[in-house]
Ligand binder design. Structure first.
Ligand code: EPZ
Length: 417
């Protein structure tokens, strides 16, 4: 297992290129199952989770070619409708093949995704929606066993605006007979990216990005060439790295249109956001003010940015309160930050952060993807050296992070632990 060694208190400068979005790429790759023609995807980031999805699609029988950030997928011959536990347990987003497999083959066997560090992560809303679309679902030895004669369009209401649940149902509905209306749908920009690609393939989707999405089923979808959006969470992570080190950096290929809540809170904290155009922005700052944050669904403040912002707030000149409303256990980074001299107390899914003068380097443990990013951010500002263990968590969602940070002036290296 690899670890990072970071010598802190280095200022950053220069420009960094934001990569393609992990959370747009995963459903978009899975959507290739819906057609027998070539799906050519550009701006796909080189991440562990992307490779997991490639391996899963290959296991199902798809032919895949990857050259740099271009992935070509052909699912004309799917020879197995089964997503095995060995693959699904490493990435919960594997559930995204369920809808397309059912739509294409009328049967699927997908391992129940286990929980993960941040929560139980049920998929009951996905399954309930598919049952209302005339699928029969049973759970057998940890697998979801699903069958349908053909998906039927249905009116679906999500108790919770689930992101991958919305994506799964949109994909299933594209080939259903009749119209599907999804109410209380999630509105994340990654869902809009998926819908845009599906519409280019001949789907008839309206309302993506709003809480009511309508899909008119069609008989077939064609192949497509599509460029995936950039990663707003990676961009937000680099913003935090700049502010905590009192630096200014330029981010290019930034999805500025999708970052209002992140920009707004960043500026409230004393950060500077100077938008040059729709994909380039100067970010950073010299002072960190305490703020209150409440995570919520898009367009609210994203839960995937909570850990990174808490790292910056450990050095604010005052007390901040961060309320996590999406997941039940997403403060595992707090114990590790407190080992670096932070002063944070968590109760009832709320963190109270009392700003301190300085963080101190220490050996810390990554526990999940965004928690790992928060530890890197803290280490960049800490006095002395920090060792971050188990950075395989980080490799799931950040492309070439140590190279990008080194090019900005950080002193960071990867070693075998
Ligand atoms: C997506 O996960 C993202 N993953 C997560 O990003 C992100 O944190 C999350 O949305 C929230 O924005 C991908 O897009 C691949 P949800 P997802 O279904 O779809 C409950 C990262 O760091 N729920 O919107 O799994 C659930 O427990 C990852 O990149 C049910 O109860 O999240 C949670 O409390 C981490 N039943 C809430 O809804 C269900 O059937 C939101 O979950 C589904 C969800």
């Amino acid at each position: 297992m690899d670890k990072f060694i970071i010598e802190g208190s280095k200022k950053l400068s220069g420009a960094v290129k934001i990569s393609g979005s992990k959370n747009a790429s995963l459903p978009i790759m899975s959507a290739a199952l819906l057609t027998k023609e070539d799906v050519i995807l550009k701006n796909i980031p080189d991440l562990k989770d992307i490779n997991t999805m490639i391996n899963l699609l290959k296991h199902l029988g798809c032919k895949i070619k990857k050259e740099n950030d271009v992935v070509t997928i052909n699912c004309s011959s799917i020879n197995s409708p089964e997503a095995p536990y060995e693959l699904v347990k490493t990435m919960r987003a594997s559930i995204l093949v369920l809808g397309p497999l059912l739509a294409r083959l009328n049967s699927a066997k997908v391992s129940m995704p286990g929980g993960c560090a941040i929560g139980v992560r049920p998929v009951n809303l996905h399954l309930k929606a598919f049952e209302s679309m005339d699928a029969s679902i049973s759970i057998d030895e940890g697998y979801i066993v699903a069958k349908t004669n053909k998906f039927k369009g249905s009116d679906i209401y999500f108790d919770i605006p689930t992101v991958t649940g919305t994506e799964n149902v949109i994909m299933a509905a594209t080939l259903a007979s009749g119209k599907t209306v999804i109410k209380n749908a999630a509105k994340e920009p990654e869902i809009v990216d998926l819908a845009n690609m599906l519409n280019k393939m001949g789907a008839k989707i309206e309302g993506s990005g709003t809480s009511t999405i309508t899909v008119e089923g069609v008989d077939r979808l064609s192949g497509v060439e599509y460029t995936v959006m950039n990663d707003r969470i990676e961009a937000g992570t680099f913003m935090c790295a700049a502010l905590i080190t009192s630096s200014f950096i330029k981010m290019v290929n930034t999805p500025v249109y999708a970052m209002d809540a992140i920009f707004d809170k960043f500026k409230e904290m004393g950060g500077v956001v100077d938008v040059e155009d729709d994909s380039a922005v100067i970010v950073g700052g010299e002072t960190i003010k305490p703020v209150n944050i409440k995570t919520s669904v898009y367009p609210g403040f994203p839960t995937d940015m909570q850990a990174q912002f808490i790292s910056v707030l450990t050095l604010a000149d005052g007390v901040s309160i961060v309320k996590e409303t999406i997941f039940e256990n997403r403060f595992q980074h707090v114990a590790e930050l407190n080992r670096m001299n932070a002063d944070i107390v968590v109760s009832n899914n709320q963190a109270v952060i009392n700003g301190v003068k300085q963080l101190k380097g220490a050996r810390v443990m990554a526990t999940d993807l965004r928690a790992s990013a928060s530890l890197v951010i803290a280490a960049l500002a800490a006095a002395g050296s920090t060792e971050i263990l188990r950075i395989y968590h980080l490799d799931r969602g950040y492309e070439k992070l140590e190279q990008k940070l080194s090019s900005l002036g950080a002193n960071i290296r990867r070693e075998k632990a």
